[in-house]
Design a protein around this ligand. Structure first.
Ligand code: KG4
Ligand code: ZN
Length: 449
């Protein structure tokens, strides 16, 4: 191994990676947590390369490196990923199993809960067994089990919880129910040692919220979406643009497809029109107006080009529409984040730490949105921290790590297994969005392009 590779590995605290494809299941092994941040696009690429070079790291050596450490097995089934992983106290990932249903749901134009439930049922056991096998351990070596029990699709949460209960009946272990959004918010702490409190923006297919993370179990909600989540809006606009038929978008989620096709597009189409919640001086979000506006624009362009919604012809202006929509979504997020930063400044809510904005959830893997957020962070003296894209989308690692964070503090360990229920809706913490609204903070128009 060259000196530069060794230096890189030290820098990224990373020694290897396995990516085994097996019957459509992705199995990953992140032997050590890795460091990444917004301005490390190049580093992401280097990390990826080094990870691939590290294939020689044997599973048994990984397990032995964590000898003496507590291990948490995490299970995720809240939406359309069946995930499981084993992590140690340092945030080292010993083994992972992940089955993504995304391709199937993209074909159907959205997640069908009953189908998602069937797919979780079919794959959950093999995903868990893969995580254990890759970690080189058996279930009896695990110190605790952590499972997503809230929020999410009822039928999907049910599969993960039932599987966990069955497993715990065979082998009693401490059990830690995990809040899916809190897990997204904590993932960064397995990669970088970020101290509480910090500001967190969670943007996914089912959620959009801004919160102050004050502790592993202590969140203040500043605002959330009043209608669609941004990922949902991306998915619907992508569907309306028929991107599932586009040869460059095969197997991509709507958001990924829009990001890919927006490259080189002109953002001016939706420029001054449609600025969601302009008069609401709070941290709420709204994406349904942008979605409707994009649909109206698509319709107009179809009429101009003589294309019908039903046929399989694609618009020539897809890049412009995609870029404009993505830009408006980013702009809306940036205005709400800027207000949250000002609110935290006025209340001195992030005192004692260097100010950090953590962004996670599937939509956080969008590079354009990340760079817009970097702009607002630079302006307000914040550091922007985003997990690498593969940890922004749903996975078992984030659940295992959230479980480990609680386990280390002795928080949220269930005494009575029978009493545990799944909760399709569950708040992330104390809702102080009224206080944000009452503060009536005016934000200057943010221009990041
Ligand atoms: O966090 P996630 O995997 O699942 C939950 O919704 O919890 O997020 C999936 C969502 C999808 O709506 C997808 O379109 C969106 O994240 N997404 C993106 C990108 N990658 C995934 N949206 C915009 N740009 C992306 N690059
Ligand atoms: Zn998620």
């Amino acid at each position: 191994m060259s000196n530069s590779t060794i230096r890189f590995l030290k820098l990224y605290n990373y020694i290897g990676w396995l990516n085994i494809c097996n019957h459509g299941n992705r199995t990953r092994n992140f032997p050590k947590a890795f460091i990444t941040s917004i301005d490390s696009k190049k580093s992401h690429h280097q990390a990826e390369l080094s990870l691939r070079r590290g294939l020689h790291s044997s599973v048994s050596s990984l397990a032995s490196e964590s000898r003496g450490s507590k291990l948490v097995l995490g299970i995720e089934t809240s939406c359309d990923e069946t995930g499981a992983a084993v992590v140690d106290e340092e945030g080292k990932v010993l083994g992972e199993g992940l089955y993504s249903q995304k391709r199937i749901h993209v074909k159907n134009g959205g997640v069908i809960p009953t189908l998602a439930q069937d797919l979780h049922r079919q794959h959950i056991d093999s995903v868990v067994q893969q995580a254990l096998r890759n970690a080189g351990i058996q279930l009896k070596d695990v110190s605790a089990l952590a499972t997503t029990t809230m929020p999410g699709l009822a039928l999907c949460l049910q599969v993960g919880l039932q599987y966990s209960k069955d497993l715990l009946r065979r082998l009693p272990l401490p059990f830690i129910p995990v809040h899916h959004m809190i897990a997204h918010a904590l993932t960064i702490r397995m990669i970088e040692k970020i101290e509480f409190p910090y500001l967190v923006l969670l943007v996914s297919g089912g959620h959009c919220l801004l919160a102050v993370a004050r502790g592993v179990d202590d969140f203040l909600l500043l605002g959330s979406t009043l209608d669609n989540a941004p990922g949902e809006a991306f998915d619907k606009v992508a569907r309306r643009l028929k991107l599932h038929l586009h040869p460059a978008c095969h197997g991509l989620s709507g958001g990924q497809a829009i990001e890919r096709l927006s490259l080189g597009g002109n953002i001016r189409l939706l420029m001054d029109k449609e600025r969601p919640l302009l008069k609401h001086r709070d941290c709420s979000f709204s994406f349904s107006g942008l979605k409707t506006f994009a649909n109206w624009l698509i319709y107009n362009h179809e009429v101009k080009e003589g294309i019908s919604r039903e046929d399989d012809l694609l618009l020539s202006t897809i890049p412009d529409i995609a870029a404009s929509f993505q830009h408006k979504v980013a702009h809306h997020m940036v205005t709400r984040v800027a207000r949250a930063m000002e609110f935290c400044r006025q209340r001195d809510m992030l005192a004692g730490t260097s100010k950090s904005l953590v962004v996670s959830g599937g939509v956080a893997s969008n590079a354009y949105i990340r760079s817009a957020l970097q702009f607002v962070c630079d302006k307000h003296g914040y550091q922007l921290h985003c997990p690498p894209p593969r940890l922004c989308t749903d996975n078992g690692i984030m659940i295992a790590w959230a479980g480990m964070e609680k386990f280390k503090l002795g928080l949220g360990i269930v005494e009575d297994l029978q009493s545990v229920r799944y909760e399709p809706k569950y708040p992330i913490g104390m809702d102080i969005s009224d206080q944000v609204r009452a503060a009536d903070i005016k934000i200057k128009r943010v221009k990041f392009w």
